[in-house]
Design a protein around this ligand. Structure first.
Ligand code: SF4
Length: 295
Protein backbone atom coordinates (compact mmCIF):
# COMPACT_ATOMS: atom_id res chain seq x y z
CA UNK A 1 0.00 0.00 0.00
CA UNK A 2 1.35 3.38 -0.93
CA UNK A 3 1.78 6.32 1.39
CA UNK A 4 -0.81 8.14 -0.67
CA UNK A 5 -3.36 5.42 0.03
CA UNK A 6 -2.70 5.53 3.77
CA UNK A 7 -3.04 9.28 3.78
CA UNK A 8 -6.31 8.98 1.87
CA UNK A 9 -7.66 6.58 4.48
CA UNK A 10 -6.73 8.88 7.34
CA UNK A 11 -8.15 11.89 5.57
CA UNK A 12 -11.36 10.00 4.88
CA UNK A 13 -11.58 9.43 8.63
CA UNK A 14 -11.25 13.14 9.28
CA UNK A 15 -13.47 14.25 6.46
CA UNK A 16 -11.14 15.56 3.76
CA UNK A 17 -10.36 12.31 1.98
CA UNK A 18 -11.28 13.58 -1.46
CA UNK A 19 -8.29 15.90 -1.42
CA UNK A 20 -5.94 12.96 -1.40
CA UNK A 21 -7.70 10.32 -3.48
CA UNK A 22 -5.76 9.42 -6.58
CA UNK A 23 -7.64 10.05 -9.78
CA UNK A 24 -6.90 6.49 -10.96
CA UNK A 25 -8.07 4.82 -7.74
CA UNK A 26 -11.47 3.15 -7.86
CA UNK A 27 -13.79 3.47 -4.86
CA UNK A 28 -13.91 -0.29 -4.32
CA UNK A 29 -10.13 -0.39 -4.15
CA UNK A 30 -10.15 2.32 -1.50
CA UNK A 31 -12.62 0.35 0.59
CA UNK A 32 -10.42 -2.71 0.40
CA UNK A 33 -7.40 -0.60 1.29
CA UNK A 34 -9.18 0.73 4.37
CA UNK A 35 -9.63 -2.83 5.59
CA UNK A 36 -6.02 -3.69 4.89
CA UNK A 37 -4.53 -0.64 6.56
CA UNK A 38 -6.77 -1.10 9.58
CA UNK A 39 -5.42 -4.60 9.92
CA UNK A 40 -1.89 -3.30 9.56
CA UNK A 41 -2.37 -0.57 12.15
CA UNK A 42 -4.06 -2.99 14.50
CA UNK A 43 -1.22 -5.46 14.20
CA UNK A 44 1.36 -2.75 14.71
CA UNK A 45 -0.42 -1.33 17.74
CA UNK A 46 -0.64 -4.56 19.61
CA UNK A 47 2.38 -6.44 18.33
CA UNK A 48 4.36 -8.44 20.84
CA UNK A 49 6.95 -9.57 18.34
CA UNK A 50 9.22 -7.46 16.18
CA UNK A 51 7.61 -6.58 12.91
CA UNK A 52 8.13 -4.03 10.21
CA UNK A 53 5.51 -1.35 9.69
CA UNK A 54 6.43 0.89 6.79
CA UNK A 55 4.87 4.25 7.38
CA UNK A 56 5.06 7.71 5.98
CA UNK A 57 7.98 10.08 6.10
CA UNK A 58 7.66 13.10 8.32
CA UNK A 59 7.48 16.61 6.96
CA UNK A 60 8.59 19.09 9.62
CA UNK A 61 8.18 22.12 7.41
CA UNK A 62 4.90 23.40 8.81
CA UNK A 63 4.63 26.44 11.01
CA UNK A 64 2.03 27.32 13.62
CA UNK A 65 0.56 30.59 14.81
CA UNK A 66 1.54 31.87 18.22
CA UNK A 67 -1.28 30.08 20.02
CA UNK A 68 -2.98 26.84 19.07
CA UNK A 69 -5.87 27.44 21.46
CA UNK A 70 -7.52 24.79 23.55
CA UNK A 71 -10.52 24.75 21.28
CA UNK A 72 -11.85 26.72 18.32
CA UNK A 73 -11.98 30.43 18.97
CA UNK A 74 -14.91 31.14 21.22
CA UNK A 75 -17.24 34.08 20.86
CA UNK A 76 -19.15 33.42 24.03
CA UNK A 77 -20.25 36.17 26.34
CA UNK A 78 -18.00 37.31 29.14
CA UNK A 79 -17.93 35.19 32.26
CA UNK A 80 -19.54 36.27 35.47
CA UNK A 81 -16.91 37.36 37.90
CA UNK A 82 -16.41 34.87 40.69
CA UNK A 83 -16.05 36.15 44.24
CA UNK A 84 -13.76 33.22 45.04
CA UNK A 85 -10.02 33.81 45.12
CA UNK A 86 -7.05 31.56 44.73
CA UNK A 87 -5.90 29.58 47.74
CA UNK A 88 -2.36 28.23 47.42
CA UNK A 89 -3.02 26.02 50.43
CA UNK A 90 -5.26 23.89 48.21
CA UNK A 91 -2.33 23.10 45.89
CA UNK A 92 -0.49 20.09 47.35
CA UNK A 93 3.26 20.04 47.17
CA UNK A 94 4.94 18.24 44.31
CA UNK A 95 6.14 15.62 46.77
CA UNK A 96 2.60 15.05 48.05
CA UNK A 97 1.21 14.78 44.52
CA UNK A 98 3.91 12.29 43.59
CA UNK A 99 2.54 9.86 46.20
CA UNK A 100 -1.12 10.09 45.18
CA UNK A 101 -3.12 7.31 43.59
CA UNK A 102 -5.74 8.00 40.90
CA UNK A 103 -8.67 8.79 43.27
CA UNK A 104 -6.50 10.99 45.48
CA UNK A 105 -5.15 12.83 42.48
CA UNK A 106 -8.58 13.41 41.01
CA UNK A 107 -9.87 14.70 44.35
CA UNK A 108 -6.89 17.02 44.70
CA UNK A 109 -7.49 18.49 41.27
CA UNK A 110 -11.20 18.98 41.98
CA UNK A 111 -10.41 20.89 45.17
CA UNK A 112 -7.51 22.87 43.75
CA UNK A 113 -7.58 26.65 43.77
CA UNK A 114 -3.86 26.95 43.43
CA UNK A 115 -3.81 29.40 40.52
CA UNK A 116 -6.07 32.10 39.17
CA UNK A 117 -7.62 29.79 36.57
CA UNK A 118 -9.86 28.48 39.34
CA UNK A 119 -11.71 31.78 39.48
CA UNK A 120 -13.66 31.45 36.24
CA UNK A 121 -13.88 27.71 35.77
CA UNK A 122 -17.18 25.89 35.88
CA UNK A 123 -15.34 22.78 36.99
CA UNK A 124 -11.95 21.16 36.71
CA UNK A 125 -11.24 18.81 33.81
CA UNK A 126 -9.09 16.04 35.19
CA UNK A 127 -8.70 13.81 32.15
CA UNK A 128 -10.45 10.69 30.97
CA UNK A 129 -9.88 7.31 29.49
CA UNK A 130 -8.40 3.93 30.19
CA UNK A 131 -6.01 4.13 33.15
CA UNK A 132 -4.20 1.09 31.77
CA UNK A 133 -3.79 2.68 28.34
CA UNK A 134 -0.44 2.67 26.58
CA UNK A 135 -1.28 5.80 24.59
CA UNK A 136 -1.52 9.22 26.24
CA UNK A 137 -2.67 12.29 24.33
CA UNK A 138 -2.04 15.63 26.02
CA UNK A 139 -3.58 18.95 25.03
CA UNK A 140 -3.26 22.51 26.24
CA UNK A 141 -6.23 22.88 28.56
CA UNK A 142 -10.00 22.70 28.64
CA UNK A 143 -11.93 24.99 26.35
CA UNK A 144 -15.42 26.32 26.84
CA UNK A 145 -17.22 23.07 26.04
CA UNK A 146 -14.82 20.98 28.11
CA UNK A 147 -15.27 23.37 31.03
CA UNK A 148 -19.02 22.96 30.79
CA UNK A 149 -18.97 19.18 30.46
CA UNK A 150 -16.01 18.38 32.71
CA UNK A 151 -14.37 16.15 30.11
CA UNK A 152 -11.38 16.71 27.81
CA UNK A 153 -11.62 17.03 24.03
CA UNK A 154 -15.35 17.32 23.51
CA UNK A 155 -17.14 19.38 20.88
CA UNK A 156 -15.91 19.66 17.31
CA UNK A 157 -12.23 19.38 18.19
CA UNK A 158 -13.03 16.29 20.21
CA UNK A 159 -14.78 14.72 17.24
CA UNK A 160 -11.74 15.34 15.09
CA UNK A 161 -9.51 13.81 17.75
CA UNK A 162 -11.78 10.77 17.80
CA UNK A 163 -11.25 10.45 14.04
CA UNK A 164 -7.49 10.72 14.51
CA UNK A 165 -7.66 8.02 17.17
CA UNK A 166 -9.75 5.86 14.89
CA UNK A 167 -7.09 6.13 12.20
CA UNK A 168 -4.69 4.61 14.74
CA UNK A 169 -7.24 1.96 15.70
CA UNK A 170 -7.59 3.62 19.08
CA UNK A 171 -10.80 4.62 20.82
CA UNK A 172 -11.57 7.11 23.54
CA UNK A 173 -12.23 5.40 26.89
CA UNK A 174 -11.08 2.04 25.49
CA UNK A 175 -7.31 2.08 24.99
CA UNK A 176 -6.20 5.67 25.26
CA UNK A 177 -6.00 8.30 28.00
CA UNK A 178 -6.69 11.99 27.33
CA UNK A 179 -5.43 14.83 29.47
CA UNK A 180 -4.32 18.45 29.41
CA UNK A 181 -1.43 20.49 30.71
CA UNK A 182 -3.75 22.57 32.91
CA UNK A 183 -6.96 21.32 34.42
CA UNK A 184 -8.97 24.56 34.39
CA UNK A 185 -10.10 26.68 31.47
CA UNK A 186 -7.97 29.69 30.56
CA UNK A 187 -9.66 32.69 28.99
CA UNK A 188 -8.70 36.11 27.73
CA UNK A 189 -10.21 39.42 28.84
CA UNK A 190 -13.21 38.81 26.58
CA UNK A 191 -13.97 35.33 27.88
CA UNK A 192 -12.56 33.51 24.84
CA UNK A 193 -10.34 30.45 25.13
CA UNK A 194 -6.73 31.41 25.61
CA UNK A 195 -3.43 29.64 26.17
CA UNK A 196 -2.46 29.36 29.85
CA UNK A 197 0.54 31.31 31.06
CA UNK A 198 3.89 29.67 31.87
CA UNK A 199 3.19 30.35 35.55
CA UNK A 200 -0.20 28.63 35.42
CA UNK A 201 1.34 25.69 33.57
CA UNK A 202 4.15 25.39 36.11
CA UNK A 203 1.71 25.34 39.03
CA UNK A 204 -0.53 22.72 37.45
CA UNK A 205 2.16 20.56 35.89
CA UNK A 206 2.71 18.22 38.89
CA UNK A 207 -0.81 16.86 38.35
CA UNK A 208 0.01 15.90 34.76
CA UNK A 209 3.36 14.49 35.81
CA UNK A 210 1.61 12.26 38.35
CA UNK A 211 -0.89 11.14 35.70
CA UNK A 212 2.03 10.14 33.49
CA UNK A 213 3.75 8.32 36.34
CA UNK A 214 0.58 6.39 37.20
CA UNK A 215 -0.22 5.61 33.58
CA UNK A 216 3.31 4.77 32.38
CA UNK A 217 2.32 5.12 28.73
CA UNK A 218 4.31 3.62 25.90
CA UNK A 219 3.85 6.71 23.73
CA UNK A 220 2.79 10.26 24.52
CA UNK A 221 1.34 12.44 21.76
CA UNK A 222 1.57 16.15 22.52
CA UNK A 223 -1.24 18.05 20.83
CA UNK A 224 -0.19 21.60 20.05
CA UNK A 225 2.65 23.90 20.94
CA UNK A 226 1.67 24.60 24.53
CA UNK A 227 1.41 20.92 25.40
CA UNK A 228 4.68 20.15 23.62
CA UNK A 229 6.55 22.96 25.35
CA UNK A 230 5.21 21.96 28.75
CA UNK A 231 5.96 18.26 28.32
CA UNK A 232 9.41 18.79 26.88
CA UNK A 233 10.39 21.73 29.05
CA UNK A 234 11.02 23.96 26.06
CA UNK A 235 11.46 27.70 26.03
CA UNK A 236 8.11 29.47 25.33
CA UNK A 237 9.60 30.74 22.08
CA UNK A 238 10.10 27.24 20.70
CA UNK A 239 8.04 26.73 17.55
CA UNK A 240 5.89 23.69 16.93
CA UNK A 241 7.54 23.20 13.55
CA UNK A 242 10.91 22.74 15.24
CA UNK A 243 9.46 20.01 17.48
CA UNK A 244 7.44 18.04 14.92
CA UNK A 245 8.96 15.24 12.90
CA UNK A 246 11.30 13.86 15.53
CA UNK A 247 11.05 11.62 18.55
CA UNK A 248 11.38 13.25 21.96
CA UNK A 249 11.32 11.93 25.50
CA UNK A 250 9.07 13.42 28.15
CA UNK A 251 9.31 11.94 31.63
CA UNK A 252 11.23 8.96 30.21
CA UNK A 253 8.49 8.27 27.71
CA UNK A 254 8.82 8.50 23.90
CA UNK A 255 6.89 11.56 22.82
CA UNK A 256 5.66 12.75 19.44
CA UNK A 257 4.48 16.29 18.74
CA UNK A 258 1.64 17.15 16.40
CA UNK A 259 -1.06 19.75 15.90
CA UNK A 260 -3.93 20.31 18.28
CA UNK A 261 -7.20 19.19 16.66
CA UNK A 262 -8.61 22.69 17.20
CA UNK A 263 -5.83 24.01 14.98
CA UNK A 264 -6.55 21.34 12.38
CA UNK A 265 -10.14 22.55 12.26
CA UNK A 266 -8.88 26.02 11.39
CA UNK A 267 -6.14 24.78 9.05
CA UNK A 268 -7.39 21.56 7.40
CA UNK A 269 -4.40 21.52 5.05
CA UNK A 270 -2.25 20.62 8.07
CA UNK A 271 -4.08 17.30 8.45
CA UNK A 272 -1.69 15.68 6.00
CA UNK A 273 1.22 16.68 8.25
CA UNK A 274 -0.69 15.45 11.28
CA UNK A 275 -0.92 12.09 9.55
CA UNK A 276 2.86 12.03 9.21
CA UNK A 277 3.11 12.69 12.95
CA UNK A 278 0.66 9.92 13.77
CA UNK A 279 2.67 7.58 11.58
CA UNK A 280 5.76 8.43 13.63
CA UNK A 281 3.82 7.76 16.83
CA UNK A 282 2.55 4.46 15.51
CA UNK A 283 6.00 3.37 14.37
CA UNK A 284 7.38 4.36 17.78
CA UNK A 285 4.69 2.34 19.54
CA UNK A 286 5.50 -0.71 17.42
CA UNK A 287 9.24 -0.31 18.08
CA UNK A 288 8.72 0.15 21.81
CA UNK A 289 6.41 -2.83 22.06
CA UNK A 290 8.86 -5.01 20.19
CA UNK A 291 11.85 -3.70 22.15
CA UNK A 292 10.80 -1.86 25.34
CA UNK A 293 14.38 -0.81 26.16
CA UNK A 294 14.84 0.90 22.80
CA UNK A 295 15.52 4.62 22.86
S1 SF4 B 1 -5.25 25.09 36.58
FE1 SF4 B 1 -4.33 23.51 37.87
S2 SF4 B 1 -3.18 24.64 39.48
FE2 SF4 B 1 -4.66 26.09 38.54
S3 SF4 B 1 -6.49 25.95 39.87
FE3 SF4 B 1 -6.79 24.51 38.14
S4 SF4 B 1 -6.06 22.54 38.94
FE4 SF4 B 1 -5.22 24.13 40.31
Amino acid sequence: MTLEHRRAIFLQEIGVGAVWVRRDTAHSDQTADIDRVTDTINAASYATQSQTVTLGAVNPSATLPASTGASPASTDAAWDESPLATDPATLPSTAEIALMDWPQLQAAVSACRGCDLCQKRSQTVFGSGDRQAKWLFVGEGPGRTEDQQGAPFVGTAGKLLDAMLSALNLQRDANVYLSNVVKCRSTDAHGADHAPSPQQIALCKPYLERQIALLQPTVIVALGKTAAQALLGCDPGTSLSSLRGQLHRAHQCPTVVTYHPAYLLRKPIAKREAWDDLCLALRTYADQTANPSAE
